[in-house]
Design a protein around this ligand. Structure first.
Ligand SMILES: C[S@@+](CC[C@H](N)C(=O)[O-])C[C@H]1O[C@@H](n2cnc3c(N)ncnc32)[C@H](O)[C@@H]1O
Length: 191
C-alpha cells in the first residue's frame, strides 16, 4: 500500500507499531468502529480496548462491527473521551487514538470541539505509559475542525520537549483538505 497517499492508514500503521498483544489501548472516538476493530485485533484476546463516543448510534455501529468480527475484548463507553481517566488507571495504555470530526454518515452538527478535545488530549497524555503514543487524525475542511486544528497544534507545540515528542504530518500539495496527523509519544512517566 502507498501509505503516504492515505493518511488515515498511515496514522494507524504507526500506531500499531506501539501496540503488543495483551496491551491496553484506547479508541477515543469509535465512530463506526473501523479503528476500534483494528485496535482490538492488535491488542489480542489478552489485551483490552476502551472505546468512547458520545453518540449511541456510533456505539451501536461499533458493537455490530465487533460482533461480526468476533472481538470481545472491547469496553464500549457512551462517554466523552475527557472522562477516560475515570475508566482506567494513569500510565496503563500503550496507545490512544483520536479521529476528530463527525460520525461518517451521521449528523454533521455533532462533532468534536476544540475545548473538549484539549481536555481529552490532556487525559490521553496521563493515560499512556512511557513509550506509548497518542495519535490524532485531524480534519480542517469544516468550520469547527479548522478551529480545533489550530488549538490542537498550538497545544502540542507547547508540550515539554523533555517528556514528549510531537510530530505533525500534512499532505501539503493536495486539494480538499485531506486528513492530517499528529503523533505524540511520551519519553518518560509524568502521571
Ligand atoms: C470522525 S468520527 C470517528 C471515526 C471512527 N474512528 C471510525 O473508525 O469510524 C468522530 C467521532 O467522534 C465522536 N465524538 C465527538 N465528540 C466526542 C467526545 N467528546 N468524546 C468521544 N467521542 C466524541 C463523534 O460522535 C464521532 O462519532
Amino acid at each position: 500500500m502507498n501509505l503516504i497517499t492515505k493518511t488515515t492508514e498511515l496514522a494507524m500503521s504507526v500506531t500499531l507499531a506501539y501496540i503488543r498483544e495483551g496491551d491496553t489501548v484506547i479508541d477515543a472516538t469509535c465512530g463506526t468502529g473501523q479503528d476500534t476493530a483494528v485496535l482490538a485485533r492488535a491488542a489480542g484476546a489478552e489485551g483490552h480496548v476502551y472505546a468512547f463516543d458520545i453518540q449511541k448510534k456510533a456505539l451501536l455501529l461499533t458493537e455490530a462491527r465487533l460482533r461480526a468480527k468476533g472481538y470481545n475484548n472491547v469496553s464500549l463507553l457512551m462517554k466523552s473521551f475527557a472522562s477516560m481517566g475515570e475508566h482506567l488507571p494513569a500510565g496503563s495504555a500503550s496507545a490512544v487514538v483520536f479521529n476528530l470530526g463527525y460520525l461518517p454518515g451521521g449528523d454533521h452538527s455533532i462533532t468534536t470541539t476544540a475545548d473538549e478535545t484539549l481536555k481529552g488530549l490532556e487525559c490521553a497524555l496521563k493515560a499512556i505509559k512511557a513509550g506509548g503514543i497518542v495519535t490524532v487524525v485531524l480534519y480542517d475542511g469544516h468550520e469547527e475542525g479548522a478551529a480545533e486544528k489550530q488549538s490542537v497544534i498550538s497545544w502540542a507545540e507547547a508540550l515539554d520537549p523533555h517528556v514528549y515528542h510531537a510530530a505533525f504530518v500534512s499532505l501539503i500539495n493536495q486539494e480538499n483538505h485531506p486528513p492530517e496527523i499528529l503523533w505524540i509519544t511520551k519519553k518518560k512517566d509524568r502521571v
